[in-house]
Design a protein around this ligand. Structure first.
Ligand code: GDP
Length: 443
């Protein structure tokens, strides 16, 4: 996401970095490039104009930071302003004082409303909520079935009373059902249209008047850029939205919608869809987003993902085995799968400072394949071979393993070498830890 914009901006600042002092001409040149980069990223032109003006004012007016050099200072201003543009802090959904909290999902067909309803149920359930999904899209017959399938995959119940019903009646019945069955969160998937029209708006207005939801969330497709922003403007005029979910950010290399929606509608982006899978929805953090854009990485999201996906029990077992020097290829595989659970490897790497947004990431896509290869190799080994490969494996077994895993003997050897090195490093860590515990000197 944002790769185009990120590359342009980082390039701009790289040029400044070589300079000891910044003249007004340097700043002007940089701002000109920032402006072009934003326009090319399909950011609304009014938004760009105000944005550049604010940066100029701050960069020239100078509240100089003692610990920053002039270039870092400009980058910091751009970072702060980008963050402000996207709404500052992360906005959470409003929780009703008396459950259930009712969230109505609105949007045009194809924006990702049904998928996002399911993803949101999944995300908020991880935070301790007990969601009920409600199929109220009675215009697109397949939508009800789609939500049922997604609910099934997640093991989240889906409330439906068929397609011949009035969506308002469905909503009312669903809220009753939720209250009776201990659901503290109701997520209603409503009908969309191909485009914004009066019929759709009246229908949604009517529903909101009766249900008085705690949140009206608009789902828009980031890949449609300014069209998405225009849709948001129109919905907001009639429905007074509480927030926006920006989907398909994974496929959006420009970022125009992400950077314009808040400024144009005044409404925050609360969540971002970053893939087709049901765990690919993230709370939207403007500060972290601008860090990613500026190539500062996003360690916080990475750490959160790790915490969400790491199986603490498994990790404790592995740690113990490392301490006791019993680390095997099975543990190695388990660690790899923990990393893989965090998402596509290039997305994970993009969050690491210095690697963000860069071209390097594209070259790293092969690593995903390599990981699959490693997995296949280890899975082709017998349990004793995974315990102590060096002792047990001979040439003919290596050939068999290569064949069984669709790899080559060289790849098998490379994996064994990596495993051996990992073990050596672990050995050093363990002895260092022991020495430190004893209060002795480091080896
Ligand atoms: P609806 O008509 O608004 O209910 O849209 P759907 O939920 O059926 O989604 C339309 C398509 O967009 C589906 O193929 C989804 O898998 C896809 N989609 C939704 N959100 C995302 C996302 O964040 N990233 C990607 N890559 N695809 C998404």
């Amino acid at each position: 996401m944002f790769t185009g914009l990120a590359e342009r901006l980082q390039e701009t600042f790289k040029k400044l970095r070589g300079k000891g002092r910044l003249t007004e001409a340097d700043v002007n040149e940089a701002l000109r490039e920032v402006r072009i980069a934003l326009l090319e990223a399909d950011v609304n032109f009014k938004v760009v104009k105000d944005f550049v003006a604010r940066i100029r004012e701050r960069a020239v007016g100078q509240e100089l930071h003692a610990s920053l050099n002039p270039t870092q200072h400009v980058i910091k201003i751009v970072h702060d302003e980008l963050t402000g543009l996207m709404g500052g802090a992360n906005s959470k959904i409003k929780i009703a004082p008396k459950p259930p909290t009712v969230v109505v999902m609105v949007g045009l067909n194809g924006a990702g409303k049904t998928t996002t309803s399911a993803k949101l149920a999944n995300l908020l359930r991880k935070q301790g909520k007990r969601p009920l999904l409600v199929a109220a899209d009675v215009y697109r017959p397949a939508a009800i079935k789609q939500l049922q399938v997604l609910g099934n995959q997640l093991n989240v119940p889906v409330f439906t009373i068929g397609e011949k019903q009035d969506p308002v009646a469905i909503g009312q019945a669903a809220v009753k059902n939720a209250a009776a069955n201990g659901h503290d969160l109701v997520i209603i998937d409503t009908a969309g249209r191909q485009e914004v029209n009066d019929e759709l708006m009246s229908e949604l207005e009517n529903m909101n008047r009766v249900l008085e939801p705690d949140e009206i969330l608009l789902v828009i497709d980031a890949m449609t850029g300014q069209t998405a922003v225009h849709v948001a403007e129109q919905f907001n005029k009639r429905l007074n939205l509480d927030g926006v979910v920006l989907t398909k950010l994974d496929g959006d290399s420009r970022g125009g919608a992400a950077l314009s929606v808040r400024a144009i509608t005044g409404k925050p982006i609360k969540f971002a869809g970053v893939g087709e899978k049901l765990d690919a929805l993230e709370p939207f953090h403007p500060d972290r987003m601008s860090e990613r854009i500026l190539g500062m990485g996003d360690m916080l999201t990475l750490i959160e993902k790790a915490q969400e996906n790491y199986d603490a029990e498994q990790m404790a077992i592995i740690q113990k085995r490392i301490r006791n020097m019993e680390f095997t290829l099975d543990d190695f595989l388990e660690q790899l799968s923990q990393v893989k659970k965090m998402g596509p490897i290039e997305q994970v790497l993009g969050m690491i400072p210095g690697l963000g947004g860069a071209k390097k990431i594209k070259d790293l896509q092969v690593d995903e394949k390599e990981l699959a290869g490693i997995e296949a190799i280890i899975q082709s080994m017998t349990p004793p071979e995974r315990q102590d490969p060096e002792k047990v494996l001979n040439g003919s077994r290596k050939r068999r393993i290569a064949k069984g895993s669709g790899t080559s003997v060289q790849e098998v050897n490379r994996l064994l070498k990596q495993f051996d090195q990992t073990k050596k490093i672990m050995k050093q860590f363990v002895s260092m830890e022991k020495t430190l515990k004893k209060g002795g000197k480091m080896p």
